[in-house]
Ligand binder design. Structure first.
Ligand code: MN
Length: 285
C-alpha cells in the first residue's frame, strides 16, 4: 500500500490520481500518555492500522491527489539517520569540488560512519524548503529513505530486510560550509520525505531502483540504488551496531553524484521507480 498524510493530519491511501481518506484507521493506535514513546506510534502499530484501513477502503471518501497538501508520510520519527558519501561517484565529486568538501578531507563511509538530522527539520512534499543562509551554497541531495518497522539492536545484515516497514523518497538538503553535517543538514525544512510511503511488501526488492532529480526541468542527479557503497542491509546492520533502531526511525541512504545548488524560486522534481514522483518548491524565509 501507499500511505500518505495530507491536509490537516489526515491519513490516506494513494490509488492512481486519487487519495482515499482512511483517517479513521488511526483510532486503532493506543493512546499515548506522558512520557511519549521515542518511536512513531503509527509505524509501531502498522499491521493493525493496515488491517483497519482494509475495512474502511470500500467506503472511503476520495480526493484528487493534486488538490491536497502532502505532509511528511511520517509524523513522529524518533531519529533521522543519514549516510554520507554512499555512492562512489559522489565521493569523487565531493573530493574534487572545494565548495562541497570545504577544504576538509572527505572520508569514506566505512570510516566516517553515519550522522543524524534533527527531526524538527522534517517536511513533506506539499511544504516548501525555506533557504537559510542564502549567501552560502544550498544543495539538493536525492536519496532512498528507509522507514524502520521493527525494533532492533546489532541487527545482522541477513535479517535486516525484516526490519523495514516502508520506503519513501528523501531530500537531504544541505548548506555547504565548515560546520558538522548534523548542523548544516538540520535546518528547518531541510529534511523532506514524500510524496508517500510504500510498504515493504508492495516494494519488494529495493536494491535496484532507478531514480533522478531535476531542478527547473534541468536533470541534475540520475542513479540506481544498486550502486550504494553500503547497501540497505549493511546500513541497517551498521546503524544498529551503534544505536537501537525503533519503529519509525528513518535511514537516508545517501546521495549519488550531481549534487548542486538551489535558490528561492526553484522547483525540485524527484522521481523514484516503484515509489513515485514529487515536486518541492524552494522559497526564502
Ligand atoms: Mn545526504
Amino acid at each position: 500500500m501507499r500511505l500518505c498524510r495530507f491536509d490537516d493530519d489526515r491519513l490516506g491511501i494513494v490509488e492512481g490520481e486519487y487519495i482515499l481518506d482512511v483517517t479513521g484507521a488511526l483510532d486503532v493506535i493506543p493512546a499515548s500518555t506522558y512520557p511519549l514513546p521515542t518511536h512513531d506510534p503509527l509505524i509501531a502499530h502498522l499491521d493493525k492500522v493496515l488491517g483497519r484501513i482494509k475495512t474502511l477502503l470500500p467506503d472511503a471518501p476520495r480526493k484528487k491527489l493534486d488538490q491536497v497538501k502532502l505532509l511528511s508520510p511520517l509524523a513522529n520519527p524518533g531519529k533521522l539517520i543519514a549516510a554520507p558519501v554512499n555512492y562512489l561517484k559522489h565521493l569523487e565529486e565531493a573530493r574534487a569540488d572545494s565548495e562541497i568538501h570545504n577544504n576538509s578531507q572527505v572520508i569514506e563511509i566505512q570510516r566516517i560512519g553515519l550522522f543524524l538530522k534533527a527531526t524538527s527539520s522534517l517536511i513533506g512534499a506539499g511544504e516548501p524548503v525555506v533557504v537559510r543562509h542564502p549567501d552560502r551554497r544550498n544543495d539538493h541531495e536525492i536519496e532512498l529513505a528507509i522507514i524502520i518497522g521493527k525494533p532492533g539492536n546489532n541487527i545482522r545484515a541477513a535479517e535486516a530486510w525484516d526490519h523495514i516497514a516502508a520506503y519513501t523518497i528523501g531530500l537531504d538538503m544541505t548548506v555547504r560550509g565548515p560546520e558538522e553535517r548534523s548542523l548544516r543538514k538540520s535546518i528547518d525544512t531541510y529534511s523532506v520525505l514524500g510524496p508517500w510511503m510504500v510498504t515493504a511488501d508492495e516494494m519488494g526488492d529495493a536494491s535496484n531502483l532507478d531514480f533522478h532529480l531535476s531542478v527547473n526541468g534541468e536533470l541534475r542527479q540520475k542513479a540506481n540504488t544498486r550502486d550504494l557503497v553500503l547497501d540497505i542491509p549493511a546500513l541497517i546492520a551498521y546503524a544498529s551496531s551503534f544505536y537501537s533502531l525503533h519503529p519509525g526511525d528513518v535511514i537516508y541512504t545517501g546521495t549519488p553524484e550531481g549534487v548542486g545548488p538551489v535558490k528561492p524560486g526553484d522547483v525540485i522534481s524527484v522521481e523514484f521507480e516503484k515509489i513515485g514522483r514529487m515536486e518541492v518548491t524552494v522559497t526564502s524565509a
